[in-house]
Design a protein around this ligand. Structure first.
Ligand code: HEC
Ligand code: HEC
Length: 349
């Protein structure tokens, strides 16, 4: 008899405990959104220090918030695009299209560039017209890419209506989401998009087994062919603007850097792209006019495309053997990045 009562009590206690913990769990899920916070990446020792604006230091909480926003289609005017839509891992942080297609299916005039190591850049866009990541993000959000311009108030209300975002904005910025602090969070996340160690980096750091002999020879070919006149340094870009003739034969050529500076000599000049992850980012060039890496390399080896503004000081025709060409391509493939950028859980309430 006694033991029967004991058993009943125990059973009742267990039932109570289980119910209570289930309730607690449910309550937790609806009340607290748990952002996935990652440690900030460690750049390679060979990189210079990144210049970060004094009013927007990168913190793990802010980068985590920025990562969610980067993946959140609710930021775009028609909820069809996130930043990630056009800067995806599989395509070397580009979109695989010749020219990007923005929210409301708007055809954009240029190809999506890669974002690897973008925090080290000082001028943004193919023509360098934007001076900071924060300003670039604002333009990408308001204009054709995300099409938010006529929908800003609605989008901000939507973000602020989500408790999961509200608590993070409160914690990171001490207030609610605004267009400005959304761009700050996005930029903080972008400063963590560091390409890390490619086979080439590991080899350069002394690991002889990291790259194939062909890739190693290809690195010499790259330097002998003076590709590093422009694709220079550890970032493989001098961050300068050069006319190599792409698209200059179009009926109305994209004037590139000229549109930012109005200097005649900048006509048809574009920012030297990094070559990190280049094997994945086809099609190539600012207008996506070349489908394969082989053809893009041949065009550069050929000295670019002749036109009145060609940067003849830095590029000329280079004749190399088929074997050297193979090696050069192997070197470019050794710059492939192991992309670890993934979609985090996004606030639903
Ligand atoms: C519809 C596709 C699309 C979407 C969406 C998009 N981008 Fe881009 N992005 C592009 C294109 C195209 C360019 C180049 C435009 C130019 O040079 O005129 C670009 C350029 C950039 C650059 C400059 C890269 C460089 O080398 O200077 C950054 C940074 C960037 N985007 C970040 C973002 C962020 C942040 C968002 C979200 C707010 C975003 N992008 C959304 C297509 C897109
Ligand atoms: C005069 C400077 C200069 C030199 C020298 C140069 N490049 Fe480039 N490269 C550029 C510029 C600028 C672009 C972008 C042009 C555009 O899109 O209009 C580019 C684009 C590329 C692209 C396509 C990148 C992309 O993201 O679409 C590849 C691949 C490339 N170069 C490889 C090479 C190789 C290999 C060499 C050596 C044979 C070389 N380049 C020499 C300036 C240069």
């Amino acid at each position: 008899m006694r033991s029967r009562i004991e058993t009943r009590k125990i059973v009742a206690a267990i039932v109570l405990l289980v119910t209570a913990s289930v309730l607690a769990c449910e309550k937790k899920e609806t009340a607290d959104f748990k952002p996935e916070i990652l440690p900030l990446p460690q750049p390679l020792a060979r990189y210079e220090a990144m210049e970060v604006p004094a009013d927007n230091p990168t913190t793990p909480d802010k980068a985590a918030l920025g990562r969610q926003l980067f993946f959140d289609k609710r930021l775009s005017g028609d909820e069809s695009r996130s930043c990630y839509s056009c800067h995806v891992c599989e395509h070397g942080l580009t979109d695989g299209l010749p020219k990007a297609i923005g929210a409301f299916n708007k055809q954009l005039p240029r190809s999506s560039p890669t974002l690897w190591n973008i925090g080290y850049h000082k001028m943004f866009y193919w023509d360098g017209r934007s001076p900071s990541l924060e300003k670039q993000a604002m333009a990408a959000w308001q204009l054709g890419n995300m099409g938010a311009k006529d929908h800003e108030a609605d989008i901000l209300a939507k973000i602020n209506g989500l408790q999961g975002y509200r608590s993070q904005f409160q914690k990171v910025f001490g207030g609610e989401a605004t267009a400005e602090n959304i761009m700050q969070a996005l930029s903080a996340f972008e400063r963590t998009i560091i390409s890390g160690e490619t086979a080439w980096d590991r080899w350069q750091a002394g690991d002889q087994s990291a790259a194939s002999d062909s890739a190693k020879r290809g690195w010499d070919v790259f330097k002998e062919a003076k590709c590093n006149n422009c694709h220079d340094g550890v970032l493989l870009t001098d961050q300068q603007f050069h006319n190599v003739g792409i698209g200059m034969d179009a009926a109305e050529p994209d004037k590139g850097r000229f549109s930012a500076t109005k200097k005649d000599e900048d006509t048809g000049a574009f920012k030297t792209p990094t070559l990190r992850d280049i094997a994945k980012s086809a099609p190539y060039f600012h207008d996506g006019s070349v489908a394969t890496l082989e053809d893009a390399v041949d065009l550069m080896l050929g000295g670019g495309k002749p036109n009145q503004y060609l940067d003849k000081k830095n590029i000329e025709k280079r004749t190399i053997t088929p074997e050297q060409r193979r090696d050069l391509l192997e070197f470019l493939k050794s710059l492939t990045v192991d992309c670890r950028i993934s979609e985090p859980p996004l606030p639903k309430k």
